[in-house]
Ligand binder design. Structure first.
Ligand SMILES: Nc1ncnc2c1ncn2[C@@H]1O[C@H](COP(=O)(O)OP(=O)(O)OP(=O)(O)O)[C@@H](O)[C@H]1O
Ligand SMILES: [Mg+2]
Length: 411
């Protein structure tokens, strides 16, 4: 109900005295008044009639055509309120009051700005101003009487009932959504930490295994070779079959030594200890020799001193990208650029192959691309993959220079 517009005042006289006789003019005026009141009731402009009875005024609420809407608004699960032009709450449903942990009577008549968390008043004010022009939405926190501020999504629209300005507001409780968001972000943070830990452990394991194989097997195989040579030197040239056998064993030992070296290098290229650029050059040559795809290197950051973590991460990203080029691209050219950019090191690997759609949902199961992203993220960096069918593929990895204690070297 608002002002006199939605209230019809009827005087009901209970006096037993005979009313004074009315003139024809007065009767016509009263009849016109009665007709206008009836019209207003029929057209739904009247919510209630206030009747003067003995002992004061009495309000009769009309259950008109809008009754269904009233019940709907009252029962809906969202808070609903109508604000006057000064942002006072003129009407609201019980749910709205409940969101604030207050009684309906307390909320009606309050300024909406006093019902929100103080830090969000400016935001609400901006939303209300905006709503006067066009419908809008926004998130704010309501100031609950008890407990924490309540996050809500507000949908605002302006109303012009009977020429006056008002704002209609629907408030949806976001606390469950926010809780789920927090849980999701916490669990994805944990997953990220786990992924980072796995990558670190894997790298450490590789280094350890490579060292052990190299030290244990490498040395033993060298000792075997020395012994075989000693034996060969002592055999008479006439023991042909024996010499042939031992010669074969010697060949076997040589092959084993080569395999051990290859396995160690694959596990962790020793050249990485010579610096990133040397390792990239070596890997590019290996790739070219193995696949026949030319790999042009432009190492513009040769002087950059990066720590072992950054070198290893960029090197592993490079290896995975080249493996993908060899396996999936059908490229005939590869280009690699290493340069300094934005306080970090950028490695760009571009191929002219068949490309792919990086947004393809089936790629979510691929661990290669994910691993590259995780490696960079572990060091505060990023990997961007830009590709399209028929357009080749570009992988850009950026890793920021890190302080000495984190990366093991000066940036
Ligand atoms: N350079 C490239 N050219 C064309 N397609 C590519 C290229 N790099 C990646 N892809 C596509 O992206 C997919 C995902 O690559 P990703 O490295 O994650 O997985 P994978 O190579 O298939 O397997 P793995 O997990 O063993 O690395 C590939 O299967 C391939 O379809
Ligand atoms: Mg791969």
């Amino acid at each position: 109900m608002e002002g006199g517009k939605r209230l019809a005042n009827r005087k009901k006289s209970r006096s037993s005295q005979k009313p004074p006789a009315l003139s024809r003019r007065e009767l016509v005026t009263r009849l016109q008044e009665a007709e206008a009141t009836l019209d207003a009731i029929r057209s739904g402009k009247v919510d209630a009639i206030v009747v003067d009875v003995r002992g004061g005024k009495k309000v009769f609420t009309l259950a008109g055509a809008d009754h269904v809407y009233r019940v709907f608004v009252e029962r809906m699960n969202e808070g609903a309120a109508v604000l006057g032009s000064d942002h006072t709450v003129l009407h609201c449903n019980t749910r709205f009051a409940r969101l604030l942990g207050a009684r309906l009577q307390k909320v009606i008549g309050s300024s909406m700005l006093d019902l929100v968390f103080p830090d969000d008043q400016a935001r609400l004010d901006a939303l209300l101003r905006h709503a006067a022009q066009r419908n809008c939405r926004g998130e704010i926190r309501m100031q609950c009487r008890k407990g924490n501020p309540l996050p809500v999504q507000l949908a605002l629209s302006s109303l012009h009932p009977g020429g006056t300005r008002a704002i209609c507001l629907i408030a949806s409780d976001l606390s469950a959504v926010k809780r789920a968001e927090q849980e999701l972000s916490a669990s994805s943070g944990q997953l990220r930490n786990l992924a980072a830990r796995l990558l670190t452990v894997r790298e450490e394991e590789r280094t350890r295994i490579a060292r052990e194989i190299h030290d244990e097997m490498g040395q033993s195989l060298t000792a075997v070779k020395v012994d075989i040579s000693w034996l060969m030197g002592r055999l008479s040239p006439r023991s042909g079959q024996m010499l042939e056998r031992i010669g074969g064993t010697m060949q076997l030992a040589d092959n084993l030594i080569k395999s051990v070296r290859r396995i160690c290098t694959e596990l962790r290229p020793g050249i990485l200890d010579m610096g990133l650029t040397a390792a990239l050059e070596w890997q590019a040559q290996e790739f070219q020799a193995r696949t026949g795809i030319p790999c042009k290197l432009r190492l513009l950051a040769r002087e950059a001193m990066v720590g072992p973590n950054v070198s290893t991460a960029l090197f592993r990203i490079f290896q995975e990208t080249l493996t993908n080029v060899a396996r999936h691209s059908r490229a005939t050219r590869t280009e690699v650029v290493l340069q300094k950019q934005r306080d970090g090191l950028v490695l760009l690997i571009r191929d002219n192959g068949q490309g792919f759609d990086p947004a393809d949902p089936s790629l979510s199961k691929s661990v290669g691309l994910l691993g590259m992203r995780e490696r960079a993220a572990m060091l505060g960096g990023l990997v961007n993959i830009s590709s399209a069918p028929g357009k080749g593929t570009s992988v850009t990895a950026w890793i920021p220079f890190l302080p000495l204690d984190e990366s093991g070297a000066m940036s």
